[in-house]
Design a protein around this ligand. Sequence first.
Ligand code: ATP
Length: 355
Amino acid sequence: MDAIRAESIVKQFGQVRALDGVSVEVAAGELFFLLGASGCGKTTLLRCIAGLETPTSGAIFFGERDVTKLPPHKREAAMVFQSYALWPHLNVERNVAFGLEERKVDKAEIKKRVGEALELVHLAGMGDRGIDQLSGGQQQRVALARALVVRPKCLLLDEPLSNLDAKLRIEMRREIRRIVKEGGLTGIYVTHDQEEALSMADRMAVLNKGQIEQLGTAEEVYRNPHTAFVSGFIGETNLVKGKLLEVRGEFAMVETAAGPLVGRITRPEWVPEAGEDVVLSIRPEAWRVEAQSGENAVTGKITERSYLGQRIQYVVKMPIGQQQVVELNPHLVRDPGETPVRLTARHIDVAVLQA
Ligand code: ATP
């Protein structure tokens, strides 16, 4: 396993600057996610790391080795694509063996390594099957085995699960994490699916317009978003506009349409000033309905309700705009109507962000 380091990567496609000075370091053995909306540059960054694109400027290191100018097959990184790109006329074993045959590895060694790779992806004994006799999830496992058989140090995955149905996706999330960890690989995984990232990643980078907007563990990024974009991209949130009144340590009081609300400044390097326009990010589950006591109390009226068993989602009309509210483990189902409800949110659960 190798650490992977990208330094100040710029990638220009004609007029389009797909990557605008991206620096990131992925630790050896880490499963790292690149997340972002369509067109933010995540696939381009992965392709630069794989060697399928050459950066306009910047450098890529695998361990201490500068691989910026090396072709893909000399980087000891294997890539798994969204379309599995399997050969339909070859059986499972031949599909997995393909890369080794091209590298002229001897037959006995190929047989041994294909067996090991199929075992790792839990397809042992299925080598004779035709590709068209496999389910979508099994085909994805073959694609993984084919990547692993060359014994890469790094596994690069580009939206590998988007062609699977919801249930299989969840099963394969666990499998991919297991394979990366058991195989002692460094993994970089591109997705626009925040749930996939939250459930699998050791750390993640959220990209926006060719730049990294925030980098951290799932918990850090979810609980301490640094920008309104990140708070809306990772998880659901309510954004409330306001003007900063006062800062006390890491907390700030903000004037809003519902009066002053207090929140936490989540971006350490930002020093806001009184009078500045700011945005509050309040997660749906941060709002508590009719708590006996509580911070940041605001009254509103429930306009919509969806009962989902272990949680209820409400839409509540408030002076600060419509708020999405989620109540976990509900023991009382409230009806939409005219009766005012009181919502509270703890100061530490409200993020104060730059407008
Ligand atoms: P998606 O989730 O849609 O795959 P992405 O975040 O992976 O998006 P990229 O594929 O990296 O985005 O593309 C980033 C930008 O670079 C986009 O504006 C895209 O149109 C542009 N781009 C990517 N590849 C090329 C290319 N070969 N030629 C010209 N422009 C390109």
